[in-house]
Unconditional design. Structure first.
Length: 296
């Protein structure tokens, strides 16, 4: 399943988790890390595990869990506490390279066996650029583990890691180091053949700015975006859903190539269309069909 929107929900808030059931997000990320105070982590684990068990039907909305970083003493208790609820995936923060994803994959296999789950069923979304070292190791994710659903990048923690006072320029655009992180994350995802997911838009009251950033992310090649506020899910979904005109144009490209087998290049509306365009058109149509099936 392609996830357009993934909404963070504090794992220790019964009210917010209950309300999120009706949210438009394709997936919820039940958080055990940043949005939970250290003295409530154990409480949050129990609440998240119960929530997962109560919501076994994930056809309309997947349920993921963000654990604490693997280099902390909270990560393994997080996993042990929630895996009985069969989360669809684990969000892995503050990675240094793919070695954390591989270590997590091994732990997931053991816990899936413990809880009678299908081995390999729990996917991983790596937050791949929250440390300085990670910018030099993104290629390590290529072929690292079949559990890897995708990667997203983190501008806020990366700013802290780099000692920056801000990650955006006065005009609101990202400063150079964060554009680099974004580009490297996208390229690494494409090289690893996993989903590139754009980072959060922190100004949650600025829906227009959010939607423009999401549309730009989709033009760049991202397939979804993480949300930090319930009101962000619907605009993100809209931005990452192919329009009717895009679908018609993509179908025309596919049809013309099928009508001209063996052709490497065809002309449509005065433009030369080649194999990369055909690949993009097929991917867009597959995405559209997947979204239609989910919404039925």
């Amino acid at each position: 399943m392609t996830l357009r929107s993934m909404l963070f929900v504090p794992g220790d808030s019964e009210r917010k988790m209950e309300k999120a059931i009706t949210n438009e997000a394709d997936a919820l990320i039940l958080d055990l890390e940043d949005s939970v105070s250290p003295d409530r982590t154990a409480v949050a684990r129990g609440m998240v595990a119960e929530y997962l068990k109560e919501r076994s039907d994930r056809t309309k909305q997947q349920l993921w869990v963000r654990i604490n970083p693997l280099d902390t003493d909270k990560a393994m208790p997080d996993l042990a506490g929630v895996m009985s609820g069969a989360p669809d995936g684990i969000v892995l923060p503050k990675t240094y390279s793919a070695r954390e994803a591989v270590a997590l994959a091994n732990s997931l296999a053991a816990l899936e066996a413990r809880d009678g789950l299908v081995i390999g069923s729990t996917k991983i979304l790596a937050v791949a650029t929250e440390t300085a070292e990670s910018l030099f190791t993104l290629n390590s994710f290529i072929g690292a583990t079949d559990r890897l659903y995708g990667m997203t990048w983190g501008a806020e923690d990366l700013a802290a890691a780099l000692g920056a006072s801000n990650n955006r320029l006065p005009d609101g655009s990202y400063d150079g180091p964060y554009l680099l992180a974004r580009t490297l994350c996208l390229a690494a995802c494409r090289a690893a053949e996993v989903m590139p997911v754009d980072t959060v838009f922190t100004d949650f009251r600025n829906i227009e700015g959010l939607e423009e950033e999401a549309r730009q992310a989709r033009r760049s090649g991202f397939f979804g975006k993480v949300a930090i506020h319930p009101a962000q899910s619907e605009p993100i979904n809209r931005a990452f859903t192919p329009s009717a005109d895009e679908i018609v144009h993509a179908q025309r490209i596919v049809d013309v190539f099928e009508q001209n087998p063996g052709a490497g290049t065809v002309g449509i509306d005065g433009m030369m269309i080649d194999m990369p365009h055909l690949k993009q058109a097929r991917a867009l149509l597959a995405l559209s069909k997947a979204m239609e099936a989910r919404d039925d």
